[in-house]
Design a protein around this ligand. Structure first.
Ligand SMILES: NC(=O)c1ccc[n+]([C@@H]2O[C@H](COP(=O)([O-])OP(=O)(O)OC[C@H]3O[C@@H](n4cnc5c(N)ncnc54)[C@H](O)[C@@H]3O)[C@@H](O)[C@H]2O)c1
Length: 261
């Protein structure tokens, strides 16, 4: 049996990148999926490609009223809601002191407020369905710090904390809440200069995996956490980062990674 047979999922930021990968995997696993995003053309095209078990709904995660409408749309279209993936996110590569008020607001509103609002909005629908799974997209930058993404990093640490606290509150109500911590996934967000894949991978020689990740790598983790296979995972932080946060290399000593040619 496929992992997500008879489940209904809502995936935010599902029009491209990691979200698109999750949508494709969930459909392959037998789920019915409502893609939400603000990139309507991409979202609609993806839903049309994936057929009757998939639909698109315009939804800005910063808006509480749009959250209510999106949850209702999932229930109306597919008869309920079992899985919420809070994937939508935004990043800014900038020196800390150069973050303007609008930059800070955008990062906090999309990456943190959007996830809080989403969890709040989904609870009644998940309870109505007899329980469910919330998967929050944090980051490798939600586990360890990184330069040039200080405020982004703060939002992703916050999502990790929210996930654990919420797992405690919602576990007894049969809702599991877990987080995924991707690192270096080949998407428009992580590759704003649109560097070709082969060239891009060279920058990952410092990762044990020796390559960037793919949306499919994250989608596999999301499918697991969303499914009943993860019934005992609550507040789990799942790193899918090619080993980035496993530790650090002592260069010049045995076991160091091969330097790129
Ligand atoms: N790519 C990586 O290496 C990486 C690493 C760690 C974490 N992440 C996280 O994974 C998630 C997906 O990132 P991605 O790499 O696929 O990026 P992406 O930019 O390709 O996709 C993000 C999606 O979120 C949508 N979105 C942005 N703001 C929104 C809003 N206000 N309302 C609704 N949708 C909105 C975008 O339109 C887009 O479709 C993000 O939360 C990101 O922080 C990515």
């Amino acid at each position: 049996m496929r992992r997500l047979e008879n489940k209904v999922a809502l995936v935010t930021g599902g029009a491209r990148g990691i979200g698109e990968g999750i949508v494709r995997r969930f459909i392959a696993e037998g789920a019915k999926v409502l893609i939400t995003d603000i990139l309507d053309d991409l979202g609609e095209a993806l839903a049309a490609e994936l057929g009757d078990n998939c639909a698109y709904f315009h939804h800005d995660v910063r808006s509480r009223s749009e959250w209510d409408a999106a949850i209702q749309a999932a229930e109306k279209q597919f008869g309920g809601l079992n899985i919420l993936v809070n994937n939508a996110g935004t990043i800014l590569f900038r020196a800390f002191e150069d973050h303007q008020d609008a930059d800070i607001d955008r990062l906090l509103d999309v990456n943190l407020r959007g996830v809080i609002l989403g969890c709040q909005a989904a609870i009644p629908a998940l309870e109505k369905a007899g329980g469910g799974s919330i998967v929050n997209m944090s980051s490798a930058d939600g586990i360890a710090g990184a330069n040039a993404v200080t405020v982004y990093c703060a939002t992703k640490f916050a999502v990790r904390g929210l996930t654990k606290a919420l797992a405690l509150e919602l576990g007894p109500r049969k809702i599991r809440v877990n987080s995924i911590h991707p690192g270096g996934i080949y998407t428009p967000l992580a590759n704003p200069m649109q560097t070709e894949r082969e060239e891009y991978d060279k920058g990952f020689w410092i990762y044990p995996a020796q390559r960037a990740g793919d949306p499919a790598d994250i989608a596999a983790a999301a499918a697991y956490l969303a499914s009943d296979d993860a019934a005992y995972c609550m507040g789990t932080e799942l790193s899918v980062d090619g080993g980035l946060n496993a530790g650090h290399y002592y260069m010049g000593l045995p076991g160091e990674p091969p330097k790129p040619a």
